[in-house]
Design a protein. Structure first.
Length: 211
């Protein structure tokens, strides 16, 4: 699976979903707890990278609303347009984060909420490594995913065809620690998106610090 192809597939899926995605996930209490954890670790005016920023809500909105300098990156032009209108106090860029220049130590925190699932395992591991290096020492990375041992599986997500790759939870922790991060806390939960075609799905939130 080529990087360009899976980027295009992801863009098409989230262009189609648009604001429906935000509504479906708005009631995720675990996501809000994760953001509260991050807010508790950030100094005023911290620089935060939001990978797969979607509509800008809740992640960029919560962080920018607390006075932080947020850059959101998403492959979907529709999502970037929505986010720019909904969260004007943050900056958003339509790009594949794998192609984005990331200077070492340039962010105080990185958010990766469910934005790896359409990348192959090699790309996921490489990106986590790059994101870890983009953190200042002691910087925070929060990562959420669907912790399943699957690779290149065709599925339907909220009515859209997707190809999903993920790691089992323990394997993802190994990837994260291998990237130079320490997992300080994790939460496993079962979540059902607010959508007629959604089914309950396991969610894993990892709260990490750069060693």
């Amino acid at each position: 699976m080529g990087g360009t192809d899976d980027g295009r597939r992801a863009a098409a899926v989230f262009d189609a979903l648009g604001g429906v995605y935000e509504k479906a996930f708005a009631h995720s209490e675990a996501h809000h707890r994760s953001l509260e954890w991050l807010l508790g670790r950030l100094a005023p005016g911290s620089r935060v990278l939001d990978v797969g920023s979607g509509t800008g809500r809740p992640t960029a909105a919560v962080l920018a609303g607390a006075g932080h300098d947020v850059l959101g990156v998403d492959v979907s032009p529709v999502m970037v347009d929505l986010a720019s209108r909904q969260v004007p106090e943050a900056a958003f860029r339509c790009a594949d984060v794998r192609d984005l220049p990331l200077d070492a130590g340039s962010f105080h925190a990185v958010c990766v909420y469910f934005s790896l699932l359409q990348l192959d395992r090699g790309d996921q591991a490489a990106l986590i490594g790059r994101l870890a290096r983009a953190l200042v020492p002691g910087g925070s990375l929060v990562l959420a995913t669907v912790p399943l041992d699957v690779e290149g599986v065709d599925a339907v997500f909220m009515g859209q065809p997707v190809r999903v790759t993920s790691f089992a939870g323990a394997d993802l922790v190994e990837v994260v620690t291998g990237a130079g991060l320490t997992v300080l806390a994790e939460e496993n939960t079962l979540f059902t998106p607010d959508h007629p075609e959604a089914v309950p799905e396991p969610h894993l939130f990892l709260h990490c610090v750069r060693r």
